[in-house]
Design a protein around this ligand. Sequence first.
Ligand SMILES: O=C(O)C1=C[C@@H](OP(=O)(O)O)[C@@H](O)[C@H](O)C1
Ligand SMILES: C=C(OP(=O)(O)O)C(=O)O
Length: 438
Amino acid sequence: MTVNPAHTALWPAPHASGAVDATVHVPGSKSVTNRALVLAALASEPGWLRRPLRSRDTLLMAAALRAMGVGIEEGIGPDGTGEAWRVLPTGLHGPATIDVGNAGTVMRFLPPVAALADGPVRFDGDPRSYERPLHGVIDALRVLGARIDDDGRGALPMTVHGGGALDGGPVEIDASSSSQFVSALLLSGPRFNQGVEVRHIGSTLPSMPHIRMTVDMLRSVGAQVDTPESGGEPNVWRVTPGALLGRDLTVEPDLSNAQPFLAAALVTGGRVVIPDWPVRTTQPGDRLREIFTEMGGTCELTETGLEFTGSGKIHGIDVDLSEVGELTPGIAAVAALADSPSTLRGVAHLRLHETDRLAALTKEINELGGDVTETSDGLHIRPRRLHGGVFHTYDDHRMATAGAIIGLAVDGVEIENVATTAKTLPDFPDLWDRMLGN
Ligand SMILES: O=C(O)C1=C[C@@H](OP(=O)(O)O)[C@@H](O)[C@H](O)C1
Ligand SMILES: C=C(OP(=O)(O)O)C(=O)O
C-alpha cells in the first residue's frame, strides 16, 4: 500500500501569541458554487459565475459536468474584475464517468442530472463516498422513471442510464440523513417532463437553510417552486417544469469557512473582519453571528462586512445545530476552550458526513486531555485544560480547521493532513498564517 505523504504530514498548528486583529477575505461558498454550476448546466442559455470557489469539491463538480458535455470556461469576468466561469449548457451526454471524491453535493446533485443525459453515466468516488447515504436519491429517481445499476446497497458506485429525459412527478423520500436528497431532486426538477413533487416522510430533516438556498437559487433562474413556507403543505416541495435562464451570479463568501477565523477572534479576545458578508443570505454560517455572540463575542454587520470581536471570555452553549450541522466541528472546538460545559444537539446525521464527526471530535479532543462524550444526537463537552498532541482529521476539512482553532490556545497541537482543507478551502494554512501576522 502506498501512503500519500500529504496524509501523514503533520502541520504544527500556530499558537496565538496575542489577540488577533485581521481582515480575512474568505473564498466563495461551496454550496452556492455547486448549485450555480448545476443550474447553469441545466439552463437553456449560457451563464456566468463570478468569484466561484476553486476547491476540490467545486472542481469535481465542474469536471463532472464537463464529462457530460457542458462547457465551462474558466477565466476573468467580462468587466475584467476577478475570476469568473462561463457555463455553456451545450448538452448532457453519456457515456461519461464521474468522480464525486467525497463531495456530498456532487454525489447527490448529479444523479438526477445524469438521468437527463443521453447515455450511461458511471459514478465513483473516495472510499468514504461508498458509505455516505444516497438511497434517497437513487430510490426517488427510480420512482421518477430512471434506470440505475448499483450493487443493491443504495450507495456508490453506480451507473445512471440516462435516457435523454425523465418523467418526473410525485415522489416520497426520507431525507432525515441528508437534506441534499431534497435539494438534488429540486435542482433538476424543472427539466423533468412533469417537474417534481418531493414529499419528505422522515422524522427529522436537517440543514433547512440549505434547502432554502436551493429554492432561492432555483427561483433566481426562473423556476417556479412551491414550498411549505410559501403556503404549501408541510414537508412538500413542488417544482414546475420549464426552461431555466442563464444568469450572471456572484458567489458569496463561504460563511461556514469564515467560522475558524471568527473563532480565532473569540478564542484570542481579538478582532476579525470578514469583507462582503452578505446582509441577506441562506447560508447556515450566518447563524454564527448569534452562536458566537452567545459564546462570548460581539459582532457588527456593516457595509464592508462582518466585524467580530472576542471579549477574552468564552462561554459554553446549549444549542440545537440541526439546521446548521456543518458548523458543529468549529463550535465543538471553541466549546472545548470555554469556561462552562456545552451541549450540542440535533446532529446525529453528522455520523455520516465526511467522517463520523461525533466520534472523531470526541476522540481527538479527548486525546488532547478533553472531556467530551457522545450523546444520541450530539456532543456533551466539559472543558478541561488541554495539552499538545496530534489531532487526526480523517480526511475531513472541518476536523482540520477545528484542530487549528484549538491550536491557537493550546501549545503543541499538530494537525495531521491539513491538506484535506482543500475540499472547500485550499488556502487555509496561508490564510491562517496571514491572519496571525506570520
Ligand atoms: O446542500 C448543501 O450544500 C449542504 C447541505 C448539508 O448537508 P446535510 O444535510 O447532508 O448535512 C451540509 O452539511 C453540507 O455541508 C452542504
Ligand atoms: C458535510 C459537508 O460536506 P458535503 O457537501 O460533502 O456533505 C461539509 O462541508 O461540512
